[in-house]
Design a protein around this ligand. Structure first.
Ligand SMILES: NC(=O)c1ccc[n+]([C@@H]2O[C@H](COP(=O)([O-])OP(=O)(O)OC[C@H]3O[C@@H](n4cnc5c(N)ncnc54)[C@H](O)[C@@H]3O)[C@@H](O)[C@H]2O)c1
Length: 436
């Protein structure tokens, strides 16, 4: 029996053992989904604190309840720091981080390390899929050569493919199982095999001809977002100067049933995807002598948003005859987007820096972040009581978490700067609310 037939049978019969490498926001939900569908799942992660939590049935991701971890453990889910589980696996899915280096170049060191671990523990007859977002060529140029050092041969002894993860933490409508998956192997047979694997856990799987096509598909999606967010942020700045309500304009434009898709301005972009992924593409583009002008301009507009927000805050206070120096300012929400507990690249952090530079007295409230201790910014979330709100000269809504009592803020705040249009969306209007 060749490797394809063997793996195909194992996947079809749910006899394939799945090992996730990296159990973060991406790897953990995938592990749980395969478990739910009756596969034996192992999870390998270097972070012993995460593994310890999982072993006790505790979740560290806020939209994954601990009861789901406990249910998976009962079904045989085995989280471990021991790389030996790689050898036991039939299918290995790699979900390690791909951040940016300080100079905004790709940091693929986690993929390199995971590939080295893989090489040490792999055996003939395995399928390996990389899910980490990365530039086109990573699977072929980084993973494949490392794996071939094991003397195992692609297509004969092992299969390798790329499938970008599209999960959107905090999104109650679209979760792993109902987000279509794109897969690209080194051959048609490989692509078909990976399609079969993901069809066990995802509603729809789309095959593309190469790993590079799959790699760049993800970068196109996030480049589309960064460019459109950059455009609308610039547009918001212009509308402010023209005295036009940008939110009203977007609502009106949205009524066009074709050719327009709404994007919304905000205090800046954050997370590990939108600010980082397009930089992977522009880095790769430079390697082939191409300049990605759209990405560079959009990134620069978006990067300026926290500073712009701080400047607007200063102007809003000045319009009420109040200097920003020594003003009491309360920031609502510090995570990079609503309803998640993730601070990575959050624009709130840059905004805090910018406001600190203006010497105001800052406090923050975030139900997901009781303590802040990141990049030298330290603090404790205040309680969102009427008394605390009343003390503020300005309340700035930076992250519009769903579980916040906006009516209470509107009732008690002297002045509100709403960078998300959340009050309008909730039908709360008063003259003290100023929108971005
Ligand atoms: N979080 C998202 O919303 C999201 C969405 C789509 C794609 N992605 C991409 O998916 C990838 C993973 O992102 P994430 O958010 O899950 O990251 P994460 O930091 O939450 O999780 C990554 C995990 O990998 C572990 N790890 C690192 N090196 C390892 C190694 N060599 N062996 C075993 N484990 C290792 C880390 O300890 C960590 O637990 C990234 O490329 C990211 O860009 C993320």
């Amino acid at each position: 029996m060749n490797i394809y037939t063997d793996l195909k049978n194992k996947i079809k019969n749910k006899k394939a053992v799945i090992t996730l490498v990296g159990l973060g926001y991406v790897g953990l939900p995938i592990a749980l989904e395969f478990c739910k569908k009756g596969f034996k799942v192992n999870g390998f992660d270097l972070a012993s604190n995460r593994i310890e939590k999982l072993k006790k049935g505790h979740s560290y991701i806020n939209d994954i309840p601990s009861k789901d971890i406990k249910a998976a453990l009962k079904k045989g889910f085995y989280p471990t720091c021991d790389a030996k589980v790689i050898n036991e696996a039939d299918c290995i899915i790699i979900c390690v981080p791909t951040p940016l280096r300080k100079i905004k170049d790709p940091d693929v060191s986690y993929i390199v390390n995971a590939s080295r671990t893989l090489r040490k523990h792999m055996r003939a007859g395995q399928l390996v899929v990389l899910e980490s977002t990365t530039y086109p060529g990573t699977t072929r140029e980084i993973m494949l050569p490392e794996m071939e050092k094991s003397r195992l041969k692609l297509g004969k002894d092992f299969c390798l493919a790329f499938s970008p993860e599209r999960i959107d933490p905090g999104n109650p409508k679209y979760q792993f199982a109902n987000i279509p998956k794109v897969v690209g192997g080194f051959s048609k047979q490989e692509t078909e095999l990976v399609k079969l694997l993901y069809s066990s856990v995802v509603n729809r799987v789309i095959g593309v001809s190469t790993p590079e096509s799959a790699e760049v598909t993800k970068l196109l999606e996030n480049t589309f977002r960064i460019v459109n967010i950059g455009l609308i942020n610039e547009f918001a700045n212009l509308c402010d100067r023209l005295g036009i309500d940008v939110w009203e304009v977007i609502e009106a434009a949205k009524s066009k049933p074709f050719g327009f898709m709404p994007f919304y301005p905000g205090p800046g972009i954050g997370g590990h995807c939108i600010p980082a992924d397009p930089m992977y593409l522009s880095w790769k583009a430079r390697r082939v002598g191409f300049k990605t002008k759209m990405i560079d301009i959009a990134a620069s507009v978006n990067r300026d948003m926290p500073k712009y927000t701080a400047l607007r805050a200063e102007k809003i206070l000045a319009s009420k005859g109040k200097r920003i120096q020594n003003a009491n300012v309360l920031i609502i929400g510090v995570t990079y987007k609503k309803d998640v507990n993730d601070l990575r690249e959050s624009p709130a952090l840059d905004l805090i820096e910018a406001l600190k530079g203006k010497k105001c007295k800052l406090k923050y409230y975030d139900p997901y972040i009781p303590y802040l201790d990141i990049h030298g910014i330290k603090g404790e979330s205040v309680e969102l009581t009427g008394a605390i709100i009343k003390k503020q000269d300005l309340v700035i809504v930076v992250t519009d978490h769903s579980d916040i009592n906006y009516k209470n803020i509107a009732k008690n705040a002297k002045l509100i700067f709403d960078t998300r249009n959340i009050f309008e969306n909730k039908g709360i209007r008063n003259k003290n609310i100023i929108k971005l």
